[in-house]
Design a protein. Structure first.
Length: 382
């Protein structure tokens, strides 16, 4: 077995696979992805709701999203692998005066960056998303180019494209240590043996902070449990139904198979590697969902699961080289938006690593930003 590479990527989720794909496309050299689970995409990626959107409040998140949407739209042409991006749009429904200002301000920024985001009144909300109760809706923001994708399908697409370009992917291979000498990384240790490379890429999702500790680097990524509930078949959700976010209650929902998928970030959840399901969660979310979509009264719960968001203090990803130890690169901390941001982030990370001009200025996401004091938060986190 080969043990020396040009790059070792820790983590075979959508972010690690997108980074590997882009590096391989840029002919970076010998790349290996080390994944602790039995399959790629078995971590947070397997729990994602599949939402893809560019409606964010910070410029860098909007730009990473827009680049990603461009890639999702052209995925087969870029990777040679088919995967469906169902552009049904995203709608943020605003029912309280206090939420209008931040969302309308964000929409202005989105428009200034080239997005065709629309501000809707209740009648248009009803036209686009008929099951939504609108009698208390003041406005909504809507972007038709947003939509839904299957995280498994896109991760497998990147995986297959990587394999065609001779990227090695070793599963059941947990990284247990990082080796360094003279202020530079030299490799990693695993139960399958030691691997050496002058570049280690930390794409370990919710575990990115633990990988940082192995290199004695503080990477402020914390795991927060997030849950999802799906219903069985219902007959009132049209195929064109967008992702709907009820900003005041925090509920988000979209069509899933012939039913509805629902999520909500419980603010009482504390940081922990806990993927158990809170028994009260289903009742809580069904109350919120019934309030916004009364026809759900007839629906039955089909499935539910829990996974981990990989959250940073400012809800922005961390992308870049560490400035204390040479050759250690982090691409993690997407704070619940790693599926939708992986294509653009993986591209720009590879540009950064290979010294190319960057498609997007990622200074705002630099790993050392947290030492400098106040940083602007992303408000549009669900
Ligand atoms: C309930 C839920 C809903 C979500 N919905 C959305 C959504 O709609 N849209 C969206 O964009 N995002 C969503 N997300 C967030 C999204 O899932 C993540 O941001 C994204 O999957 C992160 O990808 P990743 O590759 O960084 O992490 P992961 O998929 O977790 O990949 C990291 C990989 O690293 C591996 N690993 C960790 N430690 C080691 C080690 N020591 N050695 C080797 N391998 C290691 C893990 O096994 C894992 O496979 C959701 C998340 C949850 C939990």
């Amino acid at each position: 077995m080969k043990t020396t590479y040009d790059a070792i990527i820790i983590g075979g989720g959508i972010v690690g696979m997108a980074t590997a794909f882009n590096l391989a496309k840029m002919n970076f050299g010998n790349i290996v992805v080390l994944e602790k689970e039995m399959f790629v995409g078995a971590g947070a990626t397997s729990k994602a709701a599949g939402g893809i959107r560019a409606q964010f409040s910070s410029q860098v998140n909007i730009e990473v999203s827009m680049k990603s949407i461009e890639i999702f739209e052209n995925f087969e042409a870029i990777t040679g692998e088919p995967a469906l991006f169902d552009q049904v749009g995203y709608m943020f429904v605003l029912t309280e005066e206090s939420t209008l200002d931040p969302y309308l301000k964000a929409a202005e920024l989105q428009k200034s960056l080239g997005m065709d985001v629309q501000i809707l009144g209740p009648e248009d909300v009803k036209k686009i998303a008929p099951p939504v109760r609108v009698n208390d809706v003041i406005k909504a923001t809507y972007h038709a180019r947003d939509g839904l994708g299957d995280p498994h399908e896109f991760t497998q697409g990147y995986f297959r494209a990587c394999r065609k370009m001779n990227v090695e992917v070793l599963t059941e291979c947990p990284v247990t240590g990082i080796t360094a000498a003279g202020g530079k990384v030299t490799g990693v240790t695993t139960p399958q043996g030691d691997f050496s490379a002058p570049l280690i890429i930390n794409a370990a999702g919710p575990q990115a902070g633990l990988i940082g500790k192995m290199a004695e680097i503080d990477i402020p990524v914390q795991p927060f449990r997030r849950q999802i509930v799906t219903t069985g078949e219902v007959d009132f959700i049209p195929a064109t139904m967008p992702m709907v976010v009820d900003v005041s209650s925090g509920l988000y929902c979209h069509k899933e198979s012939k039913g509805l998928l629902m999520g909500w970030a419980d603010p009482d959840v504390k940081a922990a590697f806990d993927e158990s399901q809170d028994p009260d969660y289903n009742d809580n979310i069904l109350m919120k969902a019934l309030d916004r979509i009364p026809q759900l009264e007839t629906a039955e719960v089909a499935n539910s699961w829990a996974g981990l968001y990989e959250t940073t203090p400012d809800h922005h990803a961390i992308i870049g080289f560490d400035d204390k130890i040479a050759g250690f690169f982090t691409i993690a901390g997407f704070s619940g938006h790693g599926f939708m941001h992986a294509p653009g982030a993986g591209l720009v990370a590879a540009e950064m690593i290979t010294g190319r001009d960057l498609s997007i200025d990622l200074d705002r996401l630099a790993p050392n930003r947290f030492v400098g004091g106040a940083i602007e938060d992303e408000i549009n986190v669900i």
